[in-house]
Design a protein around this ligand. Structure first.
Ligand SMILES: *Cc1c(COP(=O)(O)O)cnc(C)c1O
Length: 241
């Protein structure tokens, strides 16, 4: 157990309040309803106790990046949490993600991983395609020029259900610098939806735009994000591992 004091608890609650207020204000500016945006609490590296505090305050969506860490934390937490897998996923760990019931994989970016996920599941796995808009290969993602081809490939795997797109712009202190990337992801989602319409594929459930982190989630909401992935603004700085 980590030492987790009453003050830590109070601080977390205040941070959550503040982030929720900022989400609501960004929605207001964009003429959107706050319930159109899902706040995912990115809890990687933070202790179970911290997640439990946010759970008590009504948070049900948590994001994790490391399979082993997630499996350990999940044990000690309620079952109605929706777990989002947002990190790079090795194909050989795909089965844990499926078997342990992740709600949404945000980081699907290659065929081998799609195949591993599909092979392991009895029920469809909900995924987002991670798109590399910046050309910064270190972050992963399908190059935007290959998005439709990759999407078509996924249609051949009945157990994979594409729910939308995810991206990570290059880091900049000023969140405004992410705006062109967010606009672009929104356009790409429309492209995929149009593609579905032309090919008689269902697009009803294809509407998630996962974009925006601590430094740029308000900009992302203004540009149409349906899921924002916020870690530091909720939990404080991560200690480097
Ligand atoms: C860690 C992480 C986040 C959260 O980042 P913060 O800057 O702490 O909000 C969001 N998305 C992904 C993919 C991450 O790995």
């Amino acid at each position: 157990m980590s030492d987790f004091s009453a003050e830590d608890k109070e601080e977390l609650k205040q941070r959550l309040k503040s982030v929720r207020r900022r989400v609501a204000r960004a929605c207001e500016r964009a003429g959107r309803e706050p319930d159109e945006v899902c706040l995912i609490a990115v809890s990687k590296t933070h202790p179970v106790e911290a997640l439990a505090v946010l759970y008590e305050e009504g948070v049900r969506d948590f994001g994790e990046s490391y399979v082993q860490e997630w499996l350990e934390k999940k044990q000690g937490l309620p079952e109605d949490i929706r777990w989002h897998f947002i990190g790079r996923l090795q194909s050989n760990k795909a089965r844990f993600v499926v078997e342990e019931g992740v709600a949404l994989v945000h980081s699907l970016d290659r065929r081998s991983l799609a195949k591993s996920l599909a092979r392991r599941s009895d029920e469809p796995v909900d995924v987002l395609i991670q798109v590399d808009i910046s050309g910064e290969e270190t972050k992963g993602g399908v190059p935007e020029g290959e998005l439709l081809t990759f999407f078509d490939y996924l249609q051949t795997l009945p157990d994979i259900r594409v729910r939308g797109l995810m991206t990570m712009p290059p880091y900049a202190d000023d969140g405004e610098e992410s705006r062109p990337y967010f606009k672009r992801l929104n356009v790409l989602l429309e492209d995929v939806r149009r593609h579905c319409a032309t090919h008689q594929l269902s697009r009803d459930s294809l509407k998630i735009l996962s974009m925006g982190m601590t430094h740029d989630f308000e900009v992302a909401i203004e540009e149409g994000a349906t899921d924002v992935r916020v870690g530091t603004a909720l939990f404080g700085e991560r200690k480097s591992q």
